[in-house]
Ligand binder design. Sequence first.
Ligand SMILES: C[S@@+](CC[C@H](N)C(=O)[O-])C[C@H]1O[C@@H](n2cnc3c(N)ncnc32)[C@H](O)[C@@H]1O
Length: 208
Amino acid sequence: MIDTSPNQNRCELNKIKDYIVRKRYNLSGDVIEFGTFTGSSTKTLSLQFPDRKIYTIDHFKGLEVTNKNVPKGSDWIESAFAIGNPLYENIQSIPKTIDEVKEKLKGCSNVEMIIEDVHKLKNPSDYGISKISICNVDVDIYEPTVSALEFLTKCEWSEIFIRFDDWHGGEPEYDQHERLAFCEWIEKYKYDYEITHGGYIGGVYVKR
Ligand SMILES: C[S@@+](CC[C@H](N)C(=O)[O-])C[C@H]1O[C@@H](n2cnc3c(N)ncnc32)[C@H](O)[C@@H]1O
């Protein structure tokens, strides 16, 4: 049984580079992200890794209905985080159209947006994705996380650092989402791993 919360460290997005350097992981390869939405995390990744390509994947339709328990107090309802959802009409920081997301990322020349459903992704080479080494998972719930990790298996890497935006270590209500998808993936493929961040935001180093 995998202990998914060995520590309560948080893997802050803007410190991924630090963690990798501090841990002396010699990770070379591009960055992939599942869950673009406002483009904010993508921009942070782009600035942090200007010499690497940042592939960011989203269909911009928001969350599907999960078959797992929805944690009380979470905002994981159908269409949450969809671009154009009237819920966000008055929130300035949320782009209203996909074109507005593209506009926001215009100055980030290393970003490649892939507008796709993660459940329907084809081969990494179909999107020009070659060697990757860093991944940001931010699709919140179990089902798209499973598909994101399956896609990752098809990508080229021998070592990878994966950040999980909704790991919620030590919060049992969230046991059935990113952490469950991760445990099943590790058990299925028998990868070696080290959980460097087991708190609210997870961070894991995986080797195969
Ligand atoms: C919490 S938001 C991501 C936030 C983003 N990182 C940011 O900085 O704004 C979750 C995103 O996951 C995307 N998503 C969820 N399920 C998906 C799926 N099956 N395929 C593609 N994208 C999906 C949603 O459209 C939404 O934009």
